[in-house]
Design a protein around this ligand. Structure first.
Ligand SMILES: [Zn+2]
Length: 75
């Protein structure tokens, strides 16, 4: 018998550590690839919603402007 029980247990422990190390590394890589897409999509939708909300139609000349306080009619 070349294998003793303590050596076999150490071998199993080393294989388990390497296996869990690869699984953890794969999970971290997937999370890193996922985050930029979510952040970019969220930022784009926020800008679009804000731009649409800021546009106001003037009741006198019907022109769209950012704010009626700073708007002056052409006619
Ligand atoms: Zn106007």
């Amino acid at each position: 018998m070349g294998f003793s029980l303590p050596k076999l247990l150490i071998l199993i422990a080393v294989i388990a550590v390497v296996w869990y190390g690869f699984k953890a590394a794969g999970r971290i890589n997937r999370n890193r690839q996922k985050e930029p897409d979510q952040a970019a999509g969220k930022k784009t939708s926020e800008i679009t919603a804000r731009d649409a909300k800021d546009m106001v139609q003037c009741p006198k000349c019907n022109a769209y402007c950012a704010s009626l306080d700073t708007h002056t009619c052409d006619t």
